[in-house]
Write a protein that binds this ligand. Sequence first.
Ligand SMILES: [Fe+2]
Length: 546
Amino acid sequence: MTINIERRRLILGGTLGLGALMLPGGRGLAAELLGARGFTHNVASGEPGTDSMLLWTRYVPGNGVDEVRLDAEVAVDAGFTQVISGGSVRTGPYRDWTAKLTVDGLRPGTAYWYRFIAPDGSRSPVGRTRTLPDGPVARFGLGVFSCSNLPMGWFNAYAHAAARDDLDLWLHVGDYLYEYGIASYKPHDRIVGREVLPAHDHEMISLADYRLRFACYRADPDLQKLHQRAPMIALWDDHEIANDSWEGGAQNHQPAEGDWSIRRAAAMQAYREWMPVSEEPWKHYPIGSLATLYRTESRVLARTRPVAAELAEAYQAADPDMALRHFRDGAWQDSTATMLGSEQESWLAHELRRNATDSIWQLVGMGTIVGRTLMPEQLPGWVRPEAGDRVAEKFRRDVRASRQGVPMWMDRWDGYPAARSRLLRAAQQADADLVMLAGDSHNAWAYSLAEDGRPAGVEFAGHSVTSHGMEGQLAADAGDVARAFVATNPELAWADTSRRGYMMIDITPQRVTGEWVFMRTVKERSLELAGTHRLSVERGRRRFGT
Ligand SMILES: [Fe+2]
């Protein structure tokens, strides 16, 4: 039985009324998620190759069975008249009944249909997938997502993307789910029928918590449709583990919550169980001679401690401006600070050099933004009164830091300037047409990246699927906000800080065009758009515009 929230909403809404969805502790949902049997969460595919694909499903047998064998079939048609590949895999409670199987013997650039078969003969829903192309490629379409916070809204962006026929692959750059307890959401931030488990103020800490949260999110009908439609390359950012995480801890991890390394291991285990991903921490995927796509890890394997505490100290100094300059020239520049770790930095530099000679575009999927962002002078004056004093004070501090050349967000590449320089210089030395694809910020941005006064590539930074952006904090017109950011930041070519959605990246030998797709709302289920915005980078230009 495939669970989905839409059906649950109908059942519970019909028999018990909407109030049933709001039961303390989400008991109705818990009973359904924990009691489900059979193929509970549809199918998914990922880690695409030219001749292989990783297939995913979850199957829970009846009571008393402690392990199960599933068979997979891959066919060239939706009716399965011609099965050309497949295999078998075991699963059990030790991996939360999730199953992953890599199938081989496929042809490049070809659509396939797949399904799993249980020992009792029952079949999973049928998924569609597509292998990566080989040789010259005229066009490749990539849908890019980030920051899907389930209680904050409907996954309309997923549904809209899943209905397209011009996309070959999904890339999820993180914050696929959020660790927060439901009580940490303000009442007006929550949508009726979008409850999550574990419920109340219980954030994800143990392996059981992370698994249950995945079971909850993956019951979403639009997310299921997305996975069922095309393969996904996925990387985690911080919220799959805990907010603003690094190798040794996180902003949202307190000593009372236990040992960080145990929590981190639990989060990583659940992620790898529930997502159609391999165990490799980072990886590259050739898209014929058109492009190479990189999956990176910049959060919890090697990221060094952020400098947020040192920056906060500067504001406490007798002369904060002098302290900020001291910070700018000292702690902030530390060359041992790293997002990727030396092993991955070295791998990426080598691969960029190697692949830039064989493929035109180097597309790097990244959890956080590389583009440099200073806080515009006008923003503190535009803060909504209801956003609270803390927000206004934060904005005033950011302006003060920006006047000294210190950017806004220490949790991003802006907090790791020496590592940022190494990354961009590696792209320049490889003579690469670099295209960064990032998320995390909830808002939409386009950067022309530069290093040592020379163009280093472009960055398409995506807005969130549902997570709130700056619009909740600012009373100003979104156009004014965007103009202020662009005027303050030489790398920034364009911004929108007001709408939700996803990015569609259209790759051809001549240019890469990013389209930010804006959904009209996330407060109800709808495919209606509020608009789109497109920007292109021409081959060899390594920056937006002329
Ligand atoms: Fe994030």
